[in-house]
Design a protein around this ligand. Sequence first.
Ligand SMILES: Cc1cc2nc3c(=O)[nH]c(=O)nc-3n(C[C@H](O)[C@H](O)[C@H](O)COP(=O)(O)OP(=O)(O)OC[C@H]3O[C@@H](n4cnc5c(N)ncnc54)[C@H](O)[C@@H]3O)c2cc1C
Length: 263
Amino acid sequence: MTRSPDKYYSARILDRRDVSADLCILLVDPGGPLEYRAGQYATLGIERDGVRTERAYSMVSSPYEEALEFFVELVPNGGLTPGLFQLQPGATLLCRKIAKGRFMLDLWSGRTNHLLISTVTGIAPFVSYVRTICRDWKAGAGAMPGEHKLFCLQGASHSFEFAYREELERYTSEVPWFQYVPTVSRPWDNASWNGETGRVDDLLRKYTEAWKLRPEQTTAYLCGHPNMIENSRGILQRAGWKKDAILEEAYFQAGAKKVSPSA
Ligand SMILES: Cc1cc2nc3c(=O)[nH]c(=O)nc-3n(C[C@H](O)[C@H](O)[C@H](O)COP(=O)(O)OP(=O)(O)OC[C@H]3O[C@@H](n4cnc5c(N)ncnc54)[C@H](O)[C@@H]3O)c2cc1C
């Protein structure tokens, strides 16, 4: 199949920060104008030996920023990430010219509380929401945040995976409309961790009560690992959340067959 070159920009990696051996933050110049809204994703790709591999990545950056920012996890034997992790600043990659996705902040239902739940890299769209609203709030421009309040729970096995913790904790102390709680599921591997422990879905009931979140006033957003999404959806539905008040962005399919790099 021939590729239509018109669909892609030649994007360039501007900067890269390795959070751990299998997590990195990439700053990318898309190579042309890429319009998007907080919560949407870009499609990045690499072409090798005439074979193009592309995947979706949520923007961490706010549309107010010039560069795109991504928080990427290496999937051993994955089709794209092993190659992506070899790229250093200056390297080029493909970026589709159109951003996609409907995982935007729900400003249409009338619900003004937003419960944001993620595993590791699933924090990306939530950072984009908060950066964007923060910028509007500080400028005193526009209607945001108005009555809207954001409550964010992030789960990970290890505390070093919370790459945006410092930034999100700073917002928590600076603005009245945002709360952030990170939780580690393997506290025995995190000796110096004195924050919340347990899987993020197991903490949902505790925090919906602590934050006094009621289904009729709260939209829930589930982003990242499909098992977390499934468990959280069940917990929320049993607590009274209707389907239309739960938005989901699964990063992959649970139990999908692993592919070899050559597949
Ligand atoms: C809307 C959307 C937004 C996304 N945003 C991000 C993002 O911001 N950051 C990010 O890192 N990823 C994100 N992803 C996932 C991303 O698109 C790729 O699927 C992921 O990077 C793996 O790509 P790969 O080609 O290396 O592995 P693949 O060849 O796609 O997958 C190989 C195998 O590993 C499984 N798999 C894929 N990802 C994981 C994982 N994280 N953990 C365990 N198994 C996995 C697959 O189901 C498959 O069985 C997003 C996905 C979607 C649909």
